[in-house]
Design a protein. Structure first.
Length: 168
C-alpha cells in the first residue's frame, strides 16, 4: 500500500505567505539539497513556484519562470520576498550575477574540477554522498556519477575498452 503524506506542505506555504524577513526561508520538507517539491491533489509542485503563485498571482505567460533574488533557489529558498516571475533570459542573467549559473556539463558535472574529483574519491569512504554534495555545492546524484559512473571522457569513449559494453 502506498504511503500518503500528511498534507503539511500547502498549509505551511500558506502560513508563510506574509513572511517578511530578508533572510532566506528554506523549505523544511526536503529530503536533500535542491528545489523543494511536494504532491498536492495528485499533482507534483515545486515549492518555490507554488509560493510565487500564492504571493504574485499566476505567471504572466506560460514562458515565465520563478526567479530568486537571493540566488538560493537550489538550496530550497521559498521566501516570498525573494520570488518573482521572470523570463528565462532574465532568470539566466540573475543566475550569472549570483554565481549560480551552470558551468557546463549535465547535472552539475561541469562544476567539479579534476582536483575536486580526486578529493571526492579520496573522501568517499569517510563521508556520505549527501555530505560530499554539501561540501562541493552539487547534488548527491552528481557525487554518485563522479564515484560510480563517470569520468571526464565521453561515455562512448569510456566503453570502447570495456568487455561486453552495454549498447548506447
Amino acid at each position: 500500500m502506498a504511503r500518503k503524506g500528511t498534507g503539511k506542505a500547502v498549509p505551511w506555504l500558506e502560513a508563510h505567505v506574509n513572511h517578511r524577513s530578508k533572510e532566506c526561508l528554506f523549505w523544511p520538507f526536503s529530503m536533500g539539497p535542491g528545489y523543494g517539491q511536494f504532491r498536492h491533489n495528485g499533482v507534483y509542485y515545486y515549492a518555490h513556484r507554488f509560493m510565487c503563485e500564492l504571493v504574485n498571482g499566476p505567471p504572466p505567460s506560460p514562458l515565465h519562470q520563478t526567479a530568486h533574488s537571493c540566488g538560493n533557489g537550489r538550496k530550497g529558498c521559498v521566501n516570498p520576498l525573494h520570488l518573482s516571475w521572470k523570463t528565462n533570459g532574465e532568470n539566466q542573467l540573475d543566475r550569472r550575477q549570483h554565481g549560480t549559473k551552470n558551468k557546463g556539463g549535465r547535472g552539475g558535472i561541469g562544476k567539479i574540477t579534476p582536483e575536486q574529483d580526486e578529493l571526492i574519491r579520496a573522501l568517499a569512504g569517510t563521508k556520505t554522498r549527501m555530505e560530499l554534495a554539501a561540501m562541493f555545492g552539487v547534488t548527491h546524484s552528481t557525487i554518485q556519477y563522479r564515484l560510480y559512473g563517470g569520468s571526464y571522457r565521453p561515455r562512448r569513449e569510456r566503453l570502447k575498452g570495456a568487455k561486453n559494453p552495454p549498447s548506447i
